[in-house]
Design a binder for this molecule. Structure first.
Ligand SMILES: Cc1cc2nc3c(=O)[nH]c(=O)nc-3n(C[C@H](O)[C@H](O)[C@H](O)COP(=O)(O)O)c2cc1C
Length: 187
């Protein structure tokens, strides 16, 4: 089979990326790709928050670490160290929020799927430009304070993912892929 970008695409773990600057020109391309997704009824049932610069540290300290300490009062020093730098592993984080709306015909499920498509387009576009990128949720995607900070309605909206963008330190190794025969059938 002739290979193309989509048959080779690979994520780079956030812990393996460097957080050097990403030019606005490339960020804008990634964002444009992110909002160019199939969307039944053109409801735009998603939002993207761009988190960069000082905001990465601010969220690490004021939300992730603070909430972690609250939920884990007996956490070890090494756990606290890890939680204090989650976002600062990346140059930029794109937080994608699924924001479903009431609609007489279009099911919420389809709005959720469209939000996943935003994540995948952001991820793929960044990777196609040669950046390191990873789609993560982690425990803080389900944290009420985080959803509120991103402008979400905690009872309705959900974080579809944080797309971590950075620079590759080395080419990633291939990971185990599904056996096509087990997941694809021809009827
Ligand atoms: C919605 C979603 C959430 C994820 N959250 C996590 C996570 O919290 N932690 C993790 O280690 N991987 C998580 N992953 C998986 C990573 O993205 C993982 O690096 C991915 O399997 C890499 O695959 P790729 O090379 O095909 O892009 C998540 C994936 C998806 C789709």
């Amino acid at each position: 089979m002739k290979s193309n970008f989509f048959t080779q695409r690979r994520s780079v773990l956030a812990k393996k990326m460097s957080s050097k600057n990403i030019p606005d020109e490339d960020l804008n391309k990634i964002l444009a790709a992110g909002i160019r997704v199939p969307d039944h009824g053109a409801l735009n049932p998603w939002k993207i928050s761009v988190i960069k610069g000082d905001k990465l540290k601010l969220i690490d300290e004021n939300i992730i670490l603070t909430e972690f300490k609250k939920e884990n009062p007996n956490a070890s020093v090494s756990q606290l160290e890890m939680e204090s730098k989650r976002f600062q592993r990346a140059s930029i984080i794109l937080a994608v929020l699924s924001t479903p709306v009431e609609h007489p015909k279009i099911p919420k499920w389809e709005m959720t799927l469209s939000s996943g498509a935003v994540c995948m387009n952001l991820l793929s576009c960044a990777q196609s430009l040669g950046y390191a990128a990873q789609w993560l949720t982690e425990w803080y995607a389900y944290n009420k304070k985080m959803i509120e900070y991103l402008g979400g309605r905690p009872e309705i909206d959900k974080i579809s993912g944080f797309i971590y963008l950075g620079h590759k330190l080395e080419e990633p190794m291939e990971r185990r892929r599904p056996d096509p025969q087990k997941v694809i059938s021809y009827l």
